[in-house]
Ligand binder design. Structure first.
Ligand code: KG4
Ligand code: ZN
Length: 340
C-alpha cells in the first residue's frame, strides 16, 4: 500500500509518500518563515501560505518518490486539532486529490500522529505512557493500543512549547523559541533564578505554565541589563524548572500506574519539545530508575510532519481502508472518540 499524506495543522506544510513496509519514498516539509517577525504563528498568514505551497511540494514529493499518481492507494490528511483555516486547506486538497484518483480518503487526528510516531522506530509494548509535548498541547496519555487512548492529564493554560516560545519572545530571541532557549541555556546558570513550578507537587497529572511566564516577565521588567549572560541564565533556569515539573509528573504517573496495577515498559516523549536534549536526558534517568525505557520518534517525526500522519494512517488501516470523504476538519478534534 502506498499512502500520500498531508499535514497542514499549523505552520508546517508537509507532504509524505510512505509505503506500508515503512519505507518513506519522499518527504517534503516547508516551514513557513513569515511568522518569525511576529514572534508567533498568525493563523491567516499560515493558511494562505499552505494554499500557495501545498500543490508545489506535492508535485515535488511525487517526482522525488519515483511513483506515478496512479500508484497511490490511499490519500490521508490531518483533520484536527489545529488552526481551522490551515486544516481546511490541507484536508480539502487531499480530499480533492483522492476524488481525482478515485482512491479512499482517510482523516487522521494530529495528536494521534504524534502519539503513534514513536512506534515507527521502536518496538514498543502496549500499554505505554506518552508525554505529548508540543506548541499547542501538553498531555499525558496511557496508550492502550492503536485507537484506544486514555488522557491522564493536560495543561490548564499554556502548552509547554508555547511557554518556550513566549519566554523566548520576552528575552528577544527568535521564533520558534524552543531550540534557541535550549542552545543558549548551555552557557547559563540554571540555579540563578528560582522560578515557580505550578502544580508540580499536586498529585494529579495536570500542568500549568502561565505562572512561570508571568514571573519571568516581572523579572525582565525589573532588570535593566538584559544582556546575553542574563538571557542564558534565564533560559537555563526556565528549562530547569520546566524539566523539574515534567520529572515530578513522571513520578506521579508511575505511582498512578502502580496503584492501578498497570505495568508499562516504555515511556514516550513525542512532539516538537521532545527534540530538547536536556529534557530528554534528565527524563531518561528517571525512566530507567523505574526499569523502563524512554522512546522517542526519529528526529524528522518530532516537529510537525506528514510522515507521522502517513504512518498513523498505515497503522490504523493495516487490514481494511475505510474511506471517509465526508469527515469535517475540526479545530478541536479529540482522539478519545467523544467528538461532537
Ligand atoms: O510538535 P510541534 O512541531 O507543533 C505543534 O504540534 O505544536 O511543536 C512545536 C513546538 C514549538 O513551540 C517549539 O518552540 C518547540 O516545539 N520546540 C522545542 C525544541 N524544538 C522545538 N522546545 C524546546 N526545545 C527544543 N529543542
Ligand atoms: Zn504537532
Amino acid at each position: 500500500m502506498i499512502v500520500f499524506a498531508v499535514e497542514t495543522s499549523c505552520d508546517e506544510t508537509s507532504v509524505c509518500i510512505i509505503r506500508e513496509n515503512k519505507k518513506i519514498l519522499s518527504h517534503v516539509t516547508y516551514s513557513q518563515k513569515d511568522h518569525i517577525k511576529f514572534g508567533g504563528v498568525i493563523p491567516e498568514l499560515a493558511s494562505r501560505a499552505h494554499l500557495q505551497i501545498l500543490q508545489r511540494i506535492s508535485k515535488k514529493a511525487i517526482l522525488e518518490s519515483g511513483i506515478n499518481n496512479e500508484d497511490i492507494d490511499v490519500v490521508t490528511a490531518t483533520c484536527g486539532p489545529g488552526l481551522i483555516g490551515c486544516l481546511l486547506v490541507g484536508s480539502t486538497f487531499a480530499k480533492s486529490f483522492s476524488i481525482g484518483l478515485n482512491k479512499p480518503f482517510v482523516p487522521i487526528n494530529h495528536l494521534e500522529g504524534h502519539l503513534l510516531s514513536t512506534t515507527y522506530n521502536n518496538n514498543v509494548t502496549y500499554p505505554f505512557i506518552s508525554f505529548l509535548l508540543t506548541g499547542g498541547h501538553t498531555q499525558i496519555y496511557l496508550v492502550k493500543s492503536i485507537n484506544n487512548y486514555e488522557l491522564l492529564g493536560e495543561t490548564c493554560d499554556d502548552a509547554i512549547g508555547e511557554a518556550f516560545d513566549k519566554i523566548a519572545k520576552l528575552l528577544d530571541l527568535p521564533y520558534p523559541g524552543g531550540p534557541e532557549i535550549e542552545k543558549i541555556a548551555k552557557n547559563g546558570d540554571e540555579k540563578k533564578f528560582i522560578l515557580p513550578a505550578p502544580l508540580s507537587n499536586k498529585k494529579d497529572l495536570n500542568f500549568s505554565f502561565s505562572g512561570i511566564k508571568t514571573s519571568i516577565s516581572l523579572i525582565v521588567k525589573k532588570n535593566n541589563k538584559i544582556n546575553s549572560e542574563f538571557k542564558s541564565d534565564m533560559s537555563a533556569s526556565f528549562q530547569y524548572t520546566v524539566t523539574k515539573i515534567l520529572e515530578s509528573k513522571l513520578r506521579t504517573v508511575m505511582n498512578f500506574l502502580d496503584n492501578k496495577k498497570i505495568s508499562v515498559s516504555n515511556i514516550a516523549l513525542v512532539g516538537g519539545v521532545a527534540a530538547n536534549k536536556y529534557i530528554n536526558s534528565r527524563i531518561k534517568k528517571i525512566v530507567e530508575n523505574f526499569n523502563c525505557s524512554l522512546v522517542s520518534p526519529p528526529d524528522f517525526m518530532l516537529s510537525d510532519n506528514a510522515a507521522m500522519i502517513g504512518w498513523a494512517c498505515l497503522q490504523k488501516n493495516s487490514t481494511k481502508v475505510k474511506s471517509n470523504l465526508l469527515f469535517k476538519a475540526n479545530p478541536r478534534l479529540s482522539i478519545l472518540g467523544d467528538n461532537k
